[in-house]
Ligand binder design. Structure first.
Ligand code: KIV
Ligand code: NA
Length: 265
């Protein structure tokens, strides 16, 4: 079996097919999602919050993203793997973006990269695409800009809605193969999805986008803490893992593990 390509993603929109995307940060989890048939996996810089213990995505480095992306590529054989460019690795301009994206492609083996920003990232997207690196764009709430925009719904009000539409068209013009819409009103996300010929990938953007993405550990109920309204939890892995750890601890303290069957002589 071959890997899914950006061409397959383009064809899916032409056929009106919806598709799921999950984030993954390690080979083991990625292999589970791959076997489950998840066609596109994002090695998101949300790794900063959920995998590396930072407060935001801002401190995540390109070295970290390269290491995590390489692990996800190694753990999968079918999914298209998209590597997130972290804050500071593309804001200087197109040439810096190309240098950073090249590392994710060559060292980690990702099939595409993602970066944040609409009109402001047009030049970066254009050079990467011209250089043969498929780009997934990301507009609406862009967490790398938390220090200037906070974590608020984007695109509310006529002026902000017009800006979001301009951003969406800008990334499509620049050659992005898909665009993430994060935390934007459902009606606006639906309009963007109708207007664009590239697929929209929604997170907190209603039901009308072409694809949906969730942070893998949020969906699994593993992340912990308060979940945003847009997350649906499909499992309670935090509870499952916690009780397993407690049971192991009780066995050790009580002398009921290991047993004869776990011992060698
Ligand atoms: O880093 C991430 O997980 C993301 C998705 C939420 C789109 O950018
Ligand atoms: Na991200």
């Amino acid at each position: 079996t071959r890997r899914i390509t950006v061409r397959d993603i383009t064809v899916a929109k032409e056929r009106g097919e919806k598709w799921p995307m999950l984030t993954a940060y390690d080979a083991m989890t990625a292999s589970v999602f791959d076997e489950a048939g998840i066609p596109v996996m994002l090695v998101g810089d949300s790794a900063g919050n959920v995998h590396l213990g930072y407060e935001t995505t801002v401190p995540v480095t390109l070295d970290e993203m390269t290491m995590l992306s390489a692990a996800v590529v190694r753990g999968t054989s079918r999914a298209l793997i998209v590597g997130d460019l972290p804050f500071g690795s593309y804001q200087e301009g197109p040439v810096q973006a190309l240098r950073s994206a090249t590392r994710l492609v060559k060292e980690a083996g990702v099939g595409a990269v993602k970066l944040e920003g609409g009109e402001r990232s047009h030049g970066q997207i254009e050079l990467l695409v011209q250089s043969g690196i498929p780009v997934m764009a990301h507009i609406g709430l862009t967490p790398q800009s938390v220090n200037s925009m906070g974590y608020r719904v984007q695109g509310r009000g006529e002026e902000a809605a017009q800006q979001l539409l301009r951003d969406a068209k800008a990334v499509q013009d620049a050659g992005a193969f898909a665009v993430v819409l994060e935390l934007v009103p459902a009606e606006l996300a639906a309009e963007v999805t109708r207007v664009l010929h590239i697929p929209t990938v929604g997170i907190g953007a209603g039901a009308e986008t072409d694809a949906q993405v969730l942070v893998g550990t949020d969906m699994l109920g593993l992340t912990g803490g308060k979940m945003p309204r847009f997350v649906k939890q499909y499992a309670d892995l935090r509870q499952v893992m916690g009780s397993a750890a407690k049971a192991f601890a009780e066995d050790v303290v009580g002398g009921t593990f290991p047993l004869e069957e776990h011992s060698v002589h």
